[in-house]
Design a protein around this ligand. Structure first.
Ligand code: FE2
Length: 198
């Protein structure tokens, strides 16, 4: 199988009270698993079998919409689990903090703009911090799309599909986004992604 469902990097109850065990059970075991299973089914008979997830996302965009939707969501969720950790949040590590100051006007402005991108994504989608042409950018995309198909590399993303927050926050997407930034972001992993992308 080309796509495999990764284990969560922490226990299902480790992100409480900001993201519950019930949310993670549904989100990881049902939603992410469905993208993996459907993606593998749609890959059968194509010449993309065995390629990397990134290559499949880019190659299927605008050519095979059903495969793209599932491959994109698989890529997004692989990283989403790692972009969070218990006792996360706080401020970014030195090198990244400096880059956020230079490109995005400081951490507080980054935080406000990142949350606004998540609130402003109408319907399902994602808000991102990405590297494009050597600069940090805040982006938002609908459905399973991500910065890869817009010539950028995502280094942080937050899922704003209702399945990500409805159990814990009901319709209060802004509260979920604030909790994500203040208490869940795994900045060490964001830095790792930044160093690879830079
Ligand atoms: Fe999701």
């Amino acid at each position: 199988m080309t796509f495999t469902l990764p284990e969560l990097p922490y226990a299902y109850d480790a992100l409480g009270p900001y993201m519950s065990k019930e949310t993670l059970e549904f989100h990881h075991d049902k939603h992410h698993k469905a993208y993996v299973d459907k993606g593998n089914e749609l890959l059968q008979g194509t010449d993309l079998q065995g390629k990397s997830v990134e290559e499949i996302v880019k190659a299927s965009y605008n050519t095979n919409q059903a495969l793209f939707n599932n491959a994109g969501q698989h890529y997004n969720h692989i990283h989403f689990w790692q972009w969070m950790k218990p006792n996360g949040g706080g401020t970014p590590p030195g090198a990244l903090a400096k880059k956020i100051d230079e490109d995005l006007g400081g951490f507080e402005k980054f935080k406000a703009d990142f949350i606004a991108a998540g609130i402003g994504q109408f319907g399902s989608g994602w808000a991102w911090l990405a590297v494009k042409n050597g600069k940090l950018e805040i982006m938002k995309t609908p459905n399973g799309e991500n910065p890869l198909i817009h010539g950028a590399t995502p280094i942080l993303g937050v899922d704003v599909w209702e399945h990500s927050y409805y159990i814990d926050y009901r319709n209060a997407r802004p509260k979920y986004l604030e909790a994500f930034v203040d208490n869940l972001i795994n900045w060490d992993y964001v830095l790792e992604c930044y160093e690879k992308a830079a």
